[in-house]
Design a binder for this molecule. Sequence first.
Ligand code: SAM
Ligand code: SF4
Length: 345
Amino acid sequence: MNAPSHPPSFAPSGAAPLIDPFARAITYLRVSVTDRCDFRCTYCMAEHMQFLPKADLLTLEELERLSHSFIDLGVRKLRITGGEPLVRRNIMSFFRAMSERLGSGLDELTLTTNGSQLARFADELAGIGVRRINVSLDTLDPDRFAAITRWGRLPQVLDGIRAAAAAGIRVKINTVALKGFNEDELFPLLDWCADQGHDLTFIEVMPMGDIGGEDRLDQYWPLSDLRARLAERLTLTPLAERTGGPARYVRVEETGQKIGFITPLTHNFCESCNRVRVTCTGELFMCLGQEDRADLRAALRASDDEALLQSAIREAIARKPKGHDFDYSRGVGGKVSRNMSHTGG
Ligand code: SAM
Ligand code: SF4
């Protein structure tokens, strides 16, 4: 079992840091800035998604205020996600505002993206201090790519990844392991990443939200199996590196590559969890795998007083559960009703 992360002794504002009931310090915030996306990945969304009414969304200024509050309370890492974060209008103004906290509360500002808009934004992201990003890519085959994302086009994403790398941003590829879909691309993906100098992390498909017709049990390829296949050909050395999340890493001795495995279903690393997620409507989810949430929009809009917002955040953190409840063996029982694009991956 991992030891709980050590609480920071103070937050930059001088306020007491955010510590949950299980002595875990909350130092990592993921902000989903939109539920919309220019792709419709089959494991993430239904083709005809019902998106939130625009009026429900926090403005970028409200998202800024919320993020500043979390940083004032000790959050040191901010990951911007969605939906597709780079399709939100004027999103770079939000990135610029948050980048001003780098070195002044924040250690890292990063994003998770499908890569479709990266060619446009890579230089600016690098310029404001984004050093690393995660790009989701499940296949290197253009037809399969179009099939899995429904609306995406592989060359556009590869251009985006190239632009990011050329701008000096380190790229980590996130690949969802999908039975019968990308099993035969395990080694081609690994080789491509080694060649391009990208790290690679595999993700187990999670039972989140209605995706219209498809059954995730049919898509589920356990990473224990994927890892065993890698180990048949390669020497994998487990790394001690921990991010406070469900990822575990190995080094491939033959290539020096770092490979990650995100296995929230087969393993449970909740005891070291350091993160919470806020949606584009200001709902705070204390756990990706639970339904409980807190409405921060009400506190944001009730007054300009930071104290009210901060006490709403503290009350929510006091309810952070010990762990999640994903479990395919209980059929629909261990499932979460919202899509990943709602909370942000
Ligand atoms: N649109 C961006 C992207 O695709 O990178 C950011 C948001 S997306 C919801 C974040 C991550 O969640 C992606 O890597 C995606 O593959 C993953 N994801 C979406 N639905 C998932 C599911 N049901 N199980 C596991 N991963 C999922
Ligand atoms: Fe969009 Fe990302 Fe979901 Fe794919 S995984 S539909 S790119 S939000």
